[in-house]
Write a protein that binds this ligand. Structure first.
Ligand code: ACO
Length: 532
């Protein structure tokens, strides 16, 4: 049984823990260093992957943890400063270096390069690994995007140097665990640098702004011929693939030269990690890097599709904006897509209650498939972009359920278009949310689907506002943009701006097919459910 003095002791202990504990998001500073000059300084968004859920360390007064990165090769250096240390009994202060050990290369904890002066010499002659694939100017400053295979030692080194930034800035983000085997050839590193046109002596002109990684996954040539499960051949654990296509470094001397590399197989490219360093966010660099990665990764003929691994909301916003601006400006067949409201095509028999939604008639199915294949945009993302684009031609004043009482029979073309647009979008959302919806009573399903659709609409409306704003301003920007472009290694245009959209949708949409699957033509619900 706890006595009064036990309680007092517990209270004292609690007080001590509080007095000696420090929030690691607050005491942690990340610095970018050019020579010994600090060019930028910022705090991490998350430190829980390093210091635990509470994001606190114990046992220090006036603690400050400074992690500096050389701006060019991201070589890290750790400095820990503190006042008094807790020293009572056996309780020791948190071992900060130990907590950071698995996130940083060993040399981050020592100063050898700095002490020998080799840092400056290396900086002077530094060139990013790989090839420069894009250059652009923004606000009078020069930027370059470089792409390197992660088989290149210098690229790998840079990635290892800065990988701690992923768990620090992407919620749930983890560091890559690359092996030493041939499969590393599937990986690419994209580095976005600002290039100082008048660098000071003994410093590098290159300063990292952001980076992305991608990897190649094998796919069947015609994904649509498979309806269930993930079609990546990577599920074969490489064994069958390697039998068919021995990797180059393991190819025996009697191996036929006819046999290609696994990298030449029909594949998807998957964008894996994407980060613009905080001091450079919100300046359009995310768009530049995304557009360049998309254009570069989709250009080989054996690449069938461009996908993104676990995007977060901010990335989804960036991707939606970039993709929609690109398709509307550069793919005329996409720009021409509209909701079909022609009663001669959408005959009463096609719209009987209980009939399946004729999505291929509502928005030209053959054209959609053609565009999707040539642009290589992943199916779910592409379908969402078609929804956004076709919605944009329906005036906002007609996007109201109260105007839908006469459904397809409405005499107003915009009201009819809105009715059909809702049917069209509901088809995809039904398939996507099928698992949840089939558990509901039939009547509830309609209501739930309407609610999901309203949430989607809200997001689309915000995005369209930004897209149209950009397009409206484009005429005025054209001259400046063309002047600013210094290298056009990529085919996607330079554009910028915003907003968010989310539903209950996962990344890969294997199994979701267009066409007349799933949803029936249903009457609109009468309630006004909450948007999700
Ligand atoms: C696959 C993955 O790796 S997912 C993880 C993505 N990475 C992160 O979340 C790390 C931290 N954040 C970042 O690195 C950056 O802020 C990014 C990549 C999200 C965006 O890059 P930025 O250079 O800031 O974007 P950029 O200036 O080009 O903005 C373009 C548009 O993206 C969208 N956007 C950018 N940042 C955000 C954000 N934090 N929240 C919502 N939308 C955003 C907006 O639509 C923006 O247009 P706007 O300027 O009109 O608002």
């Amino acid at each position: 049984m706890a006595t009064e003095s036990d309680d007092e002791q517990t209270e004292v202990l609690k007080q001590q823990v509080e007095n000696w504990s420090t929030n690691t998001n607050e005491c942690f500073t990340i610095q970018l260093l050019k020579g010994e000059t600090v060019t930028a300084s910022f705090q991490p968004s998350f430190t829980y992957p390093i210091f635990g859920e509470e994001e606190r360390v114990f046992g220090y007064k006036d603690l400050s943890i400074i992690l500096s990165f050389a701006t060019h090769d991201l070589r890290p250096r750790l400095e820990i400063k503190h006042g008094k240390l807790f020293s009572e009994g056996d309780v020791k202060p948190t071992d900060i270096k130990e907590a950071l050990a698995e996130f940083l290369p060993a040399y981050a904890f020592s100063d050898a390069r700095r002490e020998t002066g080799s840092e400056d010499a290396a900086a002077d002659s530094f060139q990013p690994p790989g090839d420069m694939i894009k250059g652009y100017m923004s606000k009078g400053r020069k930027y370059e995007i470089w792409c390197a295979s992660l088989t290149e030692a210098a690229a790998r080194q840079i990635l290892e140097n800065m990988e701690i930034l992923i768990p620090m800035f992407i919620e749930g983000g983890t560091m890559l665990q690359l092996g030493q085997d041939w499969s590393t050839q599937r990986w690419k590193l994209f580095l976005l640098y600002e290039v100082d046109r008048k660098p000071t002596p003994n410093t590098s002109p290159y300063s990292l702004v952001g980076y992305g990684t991608s990897y190649r996954v094998f796919t069947f040539p015609d994904r649509t011929s498979v309806t269930e499960g993930d079609q990546d051949l990577s599920i074969l654990n490489g064994e069958s693939l390697e039998t068919l296509f021995p990797p180059p470094d393991q190819t025996s001397s009697n191996h036929s030269s006819k046999t290609g590399s696994p990298l030449d197989l029909p594949s998807r490219e998957r964008l894996s990690q994407f980060l613009i360093l905080p001091p450079f966010q919100g300046e359009g660099h995310g768009q530049q890097l995304y557009n360049t990665m998309y254009a570069h990764l989709t250009s080989p003929t054996n690449i069938r599709e461009f996908t993104v691994e676990d995007p977060n909301e901010a990335f989804d916003d960036l991707r939606d904006l970039c993709d929609l601006l690109y398709l509307r400006a550069n793919v005329p067949e996409f720009a021409a897509l509209r909701i079909n409201t022609d009663p001669a095509v959408l005959t009463p028999e096609k719209l009987l209650p209980g009939a399946l939604i004729p999505t291929d008639l509502l928005v030209d199915g053959a054209a959609r498939e053609r565009i999707r294949r040539t642009t290589k945009i992943e199916r779910r993302q592409f379908n969402r972009l078609v929804e956004m684009h076709t919605l944009s031609f329906i005036p906002a004043s007609h996007r109201s359920r109260s105007r839908l009482t006469r459904k397809e029979k409405s005499s107003n073309a915009d009201d009819r278009a809105y009715w059909f647009w809702r049917l069209y979008a509901k088809q995809r959302l039904y398939v996507h949310n099928r698992d949840e919806l089939i558990q509901l009573e039939r009547a509830e399903r309609g209501v739930r689907l309407e609610a999901v659709l309203d949430g989607v609409l809200e997001g689309y409306a915000g995005l369209l506002e930004r897209v149209e704003g950009r397009e409206g301003a484009k005429g005025m920007e054209v001259e400046e943009t063309e002047e600013e472009e210094v290298v056009e290694g990529a085919t996607k245009p330079t554009q910028r701006k915003r907003k968010k959209i989310v539903v209950d949708e996962d990344e890969d949409e294997d199994g979701e097919e267009d066409g007349m699957v799933g949803v029936e033509v249903v009457a609109n619900g009468h309630k006004r459910p909450r948007a999700n």
